[in-house]
Design a protein around this ligand. Structure first.
Ligand code: GAR
Length: 207
């Protein structure tokens, strides 16, 4: 069984998609061992509780500085003994020491077709605002492994979604979630849990 820790910051709809997929058997060979949030009081924590998954809050506000928070974050994640860490709307920069320790064992969902609309400053609704401002006709989502850059790691899965007339950032965000994110992230976990994915020279190879 692949031990999966999910890191969240907000509503947790991607977390819910993972929980649903484990419960319905669309993700196999996987145990959700913990949900970690940097924000207390977010709905993602309720989703974890309802599913009987251990929920942990670790807030930067409770630490003297970034270094002590980063150290505590790594210790918290280590305590779950995960095989895979899933960033499901986790908006904290992952400490380099954690990236090195969990090389090719951290995946992230990003709400664009990388390399479009990604990197520092592109997260959540801002991604969709930028896509609409640029006038692109196709957007989408990407699941990638996390390296030391921002949204630069090896790409595992991508799915395109059409922009429609009259879209607002919110309507586009919702469609990208429904048509891409909530499908891709469970699929990526299932592929990894069943030994179908390796990273070779910085690129994903699927068996
Ligand atoms: C999702 O759209 C996810 O792709 C995005 O935050 C949202 C979280 O929603 N992540 C990023 O922008 C990371 N750069 P959720 O809490 O409902 O899953």
């Amino acid at each position: 069984m692949l031990r999966v820790a999910v890191l969240v910051s907000g509503g947790g709809t991607n977390l819910q998609a993972i929980i649903d997929a484990v419960q319905s058997g669309r993700i196999t060979n996987t145990e959700l061992v913990g949900v970690v949030s940097n924000n207390p009081g977010v709905y993602a924590l309720e989703r974890a509780k309802k599913a009987g998954i251990k929920d942990i809050v670790i807030s930067p506000k409770d630490y003297e500085n970034r270094d002590t928070f980063n150290q505590a974050l790594i210790e918290t994640v280590d305590s779950l003994n995960p095989d895979l860490i899933v960033l499901a709307g986790f908006l904290v920069v992952i400490p380099p020491a954690m990236i090195d320790k969990y090389e090719n064992r951290i995946i992230n969902i990003h709400p664009s077709l990388i390399p479009a609309f990604c990197g520092t400053g592109y997260y959540g609704l801002k991604v969709h605002e930028a896509a609409l401002a640029r006038g692109v006709k196709v957007v989408g989502a990407t699941v990638h492994f996390v390296d030391r850059g921002t949204d630069t790691g090896p790409i595992l899965l991508q799915k395109a979604v059409a922009v429609e007339d009259g879209d607002t950032p919110k309507s586009l965000q919702q469609r990208v979630m429904e048509q891409a994110e909530w499908i891709l992230l469970p699929k990526a976990i299932d592929m990894i849990a069943n030994g179908k994915v390796t990273v070779v020279h910085g690129k994903v190879v699927v068996k």
